[in-house]
Ligand binder design. Structure first.
Ligand code: GLU
Length: 283
């Protein structure tokens, strides 16, 4: 496998100003229920994933759990909304830019990597977590770090950075199955329909730790990319973006970020990177 392995330490940290944009308006014309006010009875709509254990998961009882859910809840509070004023909306990987453009949600916290392509369509607060692309394989798989993945059956999600990296760099000749969610890929991996599932290590660790999958899979720990998770907002909504950045800084300084890490990544034994500095994108 000819891949450029990256590490946070080796990567160059580029400090970008994510706040000042020439096209920033004075707020937008969102309807009240997407969260245009400062609380006080309003609801705020927030985009998350529904099927990523440890990050964004809709539980059978209708409640939500995960690191992204905790970050979103903390941020919403700082914007003036209590937990019971949040309406979570599922924003799947390929739908995120459009959900923000249409104003379906005020912000998105959904394992959403900041990249140049997406920045043409939306603005990002953060980053608030650094993850890395990795491979999940069956426990008895002979795929290792040195395996050429060209010709292998891989699974990822349409519109994800992981699918793009496979096609452009990691294994352009792999048979890449692109589903609409990672939960479909995990079933394909379990049944043997694919040889490996590839996406962020944070997501893969969460799946592998699920009770029904215990002992069935192994995570290779390859660090194939740097995935800087940002909170997506509508392009030009500088006011919300600045407030979210302030909220994220506070979440780190008051210990709530670390608590969310322990609560959500502890059970999966996911060894996360330290809290990123706002505006510090690891390339
Ligand atoms: N973080 C990557 C991305 O934004 C993969 C995870 C996801 O699909 O949400 O594409």
């Amino acid at each position: 496998m000819k891949v450029r392995k990256v590490t946070a330490a080796a990567a160059t940290a580029l400090v970008l100003s994510l706040t000042a944009t020439a096209c920033g308006g004075d707020g937008d014309s969102d309807s009240a229920d997407t969260g245009s006010g400062s609380g006080g009875g309003d609801k705020i709509k927030v985009g998350i994933k529904y099927d990523q254990p440890g990050l964004g998961l809709k539980e059978p009882d209708g409640s939500f759990s995960g690191f992204d859910v905790d970050v979103a809840t903390y941020v919403a509070k700082q914007l003036g909304y209590d937990a019971d004023q949040i309406e979570f909306v599922e924003t799947k990987t390929p739908d995120r830019e459009n959900a923000l453009k249409r104003g379906d949600v005020k912000f998105i916290a959904a394992t959403y990597s900041i990249n140049d392509e997406r920045k043409k369509a939306v603005d990002f607060a953060g980053p608030y977590l650094l993850a890395h692309q990795d491979l999940l394989v069956k426990a008895d798989s002979d795929i290792t770090e040195g395996t050429d993945l060209n010709g292998k059956n891989l699974c990822s999600v349409t519109g994800s950075t992981s699918a793009q990296n496979v096609k452009e760099e990691i294994a352009p000749k792999a048979n890449l199955k692109q589903n609409s969610s990672y939960s479909e890929c995990i079933s394909a991996l379990q049944s043997g329909a694919v040889d490996a599932l590839t996406t962020d290590d944070s997501i893969l660790a969460g799946f592998a730790a699920q009770e029904q999958y215990k002992g069935q899979f192994k995570l290779l720990g390859l660090k194939l990319s740097n995935e800087n998770y940002g909170i997506g907002v509508k392009k030009g909504d500088t006011e919300t973006l600045n407030k979210i950045n302030t909220a994220l800084e506070k979440m780190v300084s008051d210990g709530a970020w670390e608590k969310a890490v322990t609560d959500n990544f502890g059970p999966a034994n996911y060894k996360n990177e330290p809290a990123p500095k706002i505006g510090n994108i690891v390339k």
